[in-house]
Design a protein. Structure first.
Length: 420
């Protein structure tokens, strides 16, 4: 197994182009199960997770290929309704095959999902929504088994203890597009990735209104056809590179960005004293002065994204003063705190809060990534730290950031791999 090694204190400078959204492309790939006709998906990032979804589609009987940023799911039928544990257990987003399998084959057997260890992430909202459409649901030996002679539209509330769920909204939406009658999802997730999925389904012939708002209305159709779609830019990757420029006191032009997807992050950076220059789908981030501490509360979109919490904490650990980070989506998503403290940060965990006291410098150290965004957080810290930082378990990073080492090296970072 490899580890990532970073020699820090290099100011990053240059240009970087943001890849397609990981959290958007995975459910869109799953949606191709709803049709027997060819689908072409463009701007697809080459990641562990997209490779896993390709394997899942093939295991279910589809013909799916990846080439130079494009996934082609050719004319073929989903013949298998069982999504195997060995694949689903490695990636939580793979659970979103439940809705389209049930919609297409009227039966699905999907392993309970795995993925990053960031706290309890139940699938109760998925099952609640699918059951509301008329499916019989049971859990047997670690698998969710769903069957339905006929799916029927339903008015449902899909909010949970920690707000709406992106994957649950997507799963229910993919089943509802071929259900009989009208489905209304209240407290639907408003994230851009849900909007992107809905746009793809509409291209396939679905009738959806209100996507991007808390109320989505779906009028079921009998069949969907093939479609071509381009994935939106990854807002979390864009945010990560914005923070990479700031934490290294550098100057980066970030291309292929949708500003409207970064509103909460940009608002907090404005509060911290950062002046971002926006023009023609790009953002220039140029460090000019010491940042000011800010308080962060993660919330469903359009609130501050939980997927940017760890990276923001890295930046705040080097910002004079006290910052407070409150995690309201996954209250246990603080496994990166102890690793940042190993590098000299001063962070104290208090339940769903982390109190960050800025320090003058971080020191390189051996650290371990616990999940995807924690690994990005540690990369940022390593880029700014004095000396050498080695990060173990970097397979987490490969799940969500395309060619991240090459992109960072092109900006001047001293980063590479070594064997554990």
């Amino acid at each position: 197994m490899d580890k990532l090694v970073i020699e820090g204190t290099v100011k990053l400078n240059g240009e970087v182009t943001i890849s397609g959204s990981k959290n958007s492309v995975l459910p869109i790939m799953a949606a191709t199960l709803l049709t027997d006709e060819p689908c072409v998906i463009k701007n697809v990032p080459h990641l562990r997770d997209t490779n896993t979804m390709l394997k899942i589609l093939r295991s279910l009987g589809k013909s799916a290929e990846f080439d130079k940023g494009t996934v082609v799911v050719s004319r073929s039928k989903a013949t298998n309704y069982i999504a195997d544990y060995k694949l689903v257990s490695t990636m939580r987003a793979s659970f979103c095959v439940l809705g389209p399998l049930l919609g297409k084959l009227k039966k699905a057997k999907v392993s309970l999902p795995g993925g990053c260890v960031i706290g309890v992430r139940p699938v109760d909202l998925h099952l609640k929504g699918i059951k509301a459409l008329g499916a019989d649901i049971s859990v047997e030996a670690g698998y969710v088994v769903a069957t339905a002679n006929k799916l029927k539209g339903k008015h449902m509330y899909l909010g949970g203890v920690y707000g709406s769920s992106v994957l649950a909204t997507g799963n229910v939406m993919m089943a509802a597009v071929v259900a009989e009658g009208t489905t209304v999802i209240e407290s639907a997730a408003c994230e851009p990735e849900v909007y992107d999925l809905a746009e793809f389904l509409i291209k396939m012939g679905a009738k959806i209104k209100g996507h991007g708002t808390p109320t989505i209305e779906i009028e079921g159709v009998k069949n969907l056809h093939g479609a071509t779609h381009t994935i939106i830019p990854d807002r979390i990757e864009a945010g990560t590179f914005i923070l990479a420029a700031l934490i290294t006191r550098g100057d980066i032009l970030i291309k292929n960005v949708l500003f409207q997807h970064l509103g909460a992050l940009i608002d907090k950076l404005d509060e911290a004293g950062v002046n971002l220059i926006r023009s023609n789908g790009s953002i220039r981030v140029r460090y000019k002065k010491q940042l000011k501490p800010v308080n962060i509360v993660t919330l469903p979109y359009p609130g501050f994204p939980t997927d940017m919490q760890a990276q923001m904490m890295s930046v705040m650990s080097l910002t004079p003063g006290i910052s407070v980070v409150t995690e309201k989506i996954y209250p246990d998503r603080f496994m990166h705190v102890s690793e940042l403290n190993r590098m000299g940060a001063r962070i104290q965990r208090e339940g769903p809060h982390a109190i960050v006291e800025g320090v003058k410098a971080l020191s390189g150290a051996p650290v371990m990534a616990s999940d995807l965004r924690a690994s990005a957080c540690l990369v940022l810290a390593g880029l700014a730290a004095k000396g050498k930082t080695s990060i173990s378990r970097i397979y987490h990073l490969e799940r969500g950031y395309e060619n991240v080492e090459a992109k960072l090296r092109a900006l001047g970072a001293r980063i590479g791999r070594e064997k554990e």
